[in-house]
Design a protein around this ligand. Structure first.
Ligand SMILES: NC(=O)c1ccc[n+]([C@@H]2O[C@H](COP(=O)([O-])OP(=O)(O)OC[C@H]3O[C@@H](n4cnc5c(N)ncnc54)[C@H](O)[C@@H]3O)[C@@H](O)[C@H]2O)c1
Length: 334
């Protein structure tokens, strides 16, 4: 039986597909390529020497999704397909609720119809909103401050209710902290259409001179150097976490949520300085006012992932910086 990976041509999905194929799993990708390239499947084949099918399908298109389920006997679904830009979700909430929540409902309906009972869902640390105490446990209150974060909370709630209603259903919601870096082949990585929103791609854009300078939003936070602290995790570590999650849901029913992070924090200035020294580049920046809605610190407690998934992140921040830059210097040439 095969595994359906929705959004499998995207940044995290493509790295997970590589790990799945390397484990000998059969994989089918469903993607509308709104934020990825059709050539991703070729690059995955190049990395793994294995075949992968990819379908151009929108997850909100119930008839097209049904056709894919009718064609393949899926054992499990890993659901990445979603829009993910927090700022854009504030400007255009409807697109986010439609794509992320209505898309999830279409998928769950097809899973019910075709008796597919295992789901790995891509959630996010944004479900925690602003937290006063760190590290953040999975039991912390969820209170997203953007429509994007709301869509993740809604999807988690829907999945949880389905799991309560169907004793055969198993699901895991993986709450990612800040995925960065790229596969060491530099054939896949994050290639967003439009300007990046996350710190590391912004740093990489300055380092490769796509932009001249970057902004640091505030240096008066209550942190050791005044800038915000986040938990960055290498995308390959994150991908391996999905393999462990899959093994977990294959033998546990019900729904659970797990943080995927490293458990340690890096400040914005530390990130810039490490990126500069590891890659021997300059990253000019200006410090400007704080941005609304940023917490001073967001770091995962990762005990649950260690305990139930037998997984923990291994790749250090220097390697994250090296791979972010390696990909940024090559991504437009492959
Ligand atoms: N990258 C992050 O920082 C981060 C952090 C937390 C959670 N997440 C979540 O992880 C998942 C994957 O994120 P990513 O960084 O790989 O993003 P991405 O944009 O690179 O990948 C998402 C993929 O889904 C596809 N897609 C979007 N809408 C679709 C639709 N309606 N039908 C079919 N395909 C569709 C896109 O074309 C893309 O290939 C998302 O659900 C995102 O919300 C990402």
């Amino acid at each position: 039986m095969s595994i359906l990976v929705t959004g499998g041509a995207g940044y995290i999905g493509s790295h997970v597909v590589v790990e799945l194929l390397n484990k000998g799993e059969k994989v089918v990708i469903l993607d509308n390529f709104c934020n990825s390239e059709r050539s991703t499947a070729d690059r995955i084949r190049q990395i793994t020497n294995k075949n992968v099918l990819d379908y151009l399908v929108d997850i909100t298109d119930a008839r097209a999704v049904d056709r894919i389920f009718a064609l393949h006997g899926f054992e499990c679904v890993i659901h990445f397909a979603a829009l993910k830009a927090v700022g854009e979700s504030v400007q255009n909430p409807f697109a986010y609720y439609h794509n992320n929540v209505a898309g999830m409902l279409v998928l769950l309906k097809a899973m019910q119809k075709y008796n597919v009972k295992q789901l790995v869902f891509s959630s996010s640390a944004t479900v925690y909103g602003i937290q006063d105490s760190n590290p953040i446990y999975e039991t912390a209150d969820r209170s997203a401050i953007s429509p994007y974060g709301q869509t993740k909370i809604m999807c988690e709630n829907i999945i949880s209710d389905l799991a309560k209603a169907d004793p055969k259903f198993s699901a895991i919601s993986l709450r990612y902290f800040n995925p960065v870096g790229a596969h060491s082949s530099y054939l896949i990585g994050e290639n967003p259409k439009g300007a990046p929103n996350n710190l590391m791609p912004i740093i990489a854009n300055v380092a490769t001179k796509k932009t001249q300078k970057m902004s640091v939003y505030g240096n008066d936070y209550d942190t050791f150097d005044g800038t915000c602290i986040r938990d960055y995790i290498h995308v390959v570590d994150l991908a391996v976490g999905h393999i462990h999650a899959l093994e977990y849901i294959r033998c546990h029913k019900g729904m659970t949520s797990v943080n995927l992070g490293t458990g340690s924090g890096v400040s914005v200035l530390q990130a810039i300085e490490t990126f500069e020294s590891v890659n021997d580049v300059r990253v000019p920046y200006d410090v400007i006012d704080r941005r609304k809605g940023d917490s001073a610190v967001l770091v995962a407690n990762v005990d649950k992932a260690k305990h139930i998934l037998n997984w923990q992140a291994k790749i250090d921040f220097n390697t994250m910086c090296r791979d972010q830059y390696g990909w940024a210097t090559r991504c437009n040439k492959v």
